[in-house]
Write a new protein. Structure first.
Length: 258
């Protein structure tokens, strides 16, 4: 359900397209897109969730899991285990794989709190960064983006390292983004950022760039960063040529949209 913001309203007050006003309660929606999750992912997710709620203390945390058309390792039994172990979990599921950008937006539509953070199912940057992003939002930042440093580049396979460097260069020079590392898979935002994200159209990996590009055109928005490092044991996926070509088309669409 999309929302439009009143420009004069505080970040927790929104008005729906129907004209109905509502105030979002204090807390955090944690949005996790997934597609064909591997290994004992349910046990891992339950453990991470309880670690996060302990870290967040009295802050309410609602987990929104988006099943982006998985065809394996995501069954009704997995859902039952999650619902039994995670109070109030929202599971959004649809049959066709649509892409990470689409999945994130679908999850955000179900958000109920003042602040949202999305990241990957395996929490590649650990859990402390979740609270760090939330703290930035509490202090008045509208959008918080994870930023991976030079150490991350050194860990990447050669092909992916080149792709990442090119992506950062284009983000900085062509799109003039305030955050070079737009593709780091963690963002946090308040209702202003949420409204912008829901208006993005890219379904693939470049939805992050489109989000920050559209947000950057609003000079009044405060966009901040949190430094992150990949936790030990993370496996880096490779990009197929077909996927790269598709994302280049999406990149062109972002530029044309300006």
């Amino acid at each position: 359900m999309s929302i439009e913001l009143l420009q004069q309203a505080p970040p927790t007050t929104v008005v729906h397209t129907s004209g109905e006003m509502m105030t979002l309660s204090s807390g955090l929606d944690l949005i996790l897109p997934c597609w064909n999750p591997s290994g004992p992912w349910v046990e891992s997710l339950i453990r991470h969730y309880h670690e996060i709620t302990t870290l967040m203390g009295k802050v309410p945390v609602r987990l929104i899991l988006v099943n982006d058309g998985s065809v394996k390792n995501f069954t009704s039994q997995h859902v039952a285990w999650l619902e039994a172990a995670i109070p109030g979990i929202m599971i959004v599921s649809y049959s066709r794989n649509r892409g990470k950008g689409y999945a994130v937006r679908e999850g955000v539509k179900y958000a109920q709190y003042a602040f949202q953070v999305y990241t990957d199912l395996d929490f590649p940057f650990g859990i402390s960064v979740i609270k760090e992003a939330y703290d930035h939002l509490q202090q008045g930042t509208d959008i918080v983006a994870a930023e991976r440093g030079a150490a991350y580049l050194r860990k990447l396979p050669a092909k992916r390292r080149i792709i990442t460097k090119i992506s950062r260069l284009l983000n900085r020079v062509v799109l003039n983004l305030r955050v070079d590392d737009a593709q780091a898979g963690l963002k946090g935002f308040n209702a202003y950022g949420r409204s912008i994200l829901l208006k993005t159209r890219v379904n693939g990996f470049l939805y992050d760039s489109e989000f920050l590009y559209q947000a950057g055109k609003r000079s009044h928005l405060k966009i901040g960063t949190v430094d992150v490092v990949c936790r030990a044991g993370i496996q880096f996926s490779s990009f197929r040529t077909k996927l790269l070509l598709k994302e280049m088309v999406n990149y062109c669409r972002i530029i044309i949209s300006s």
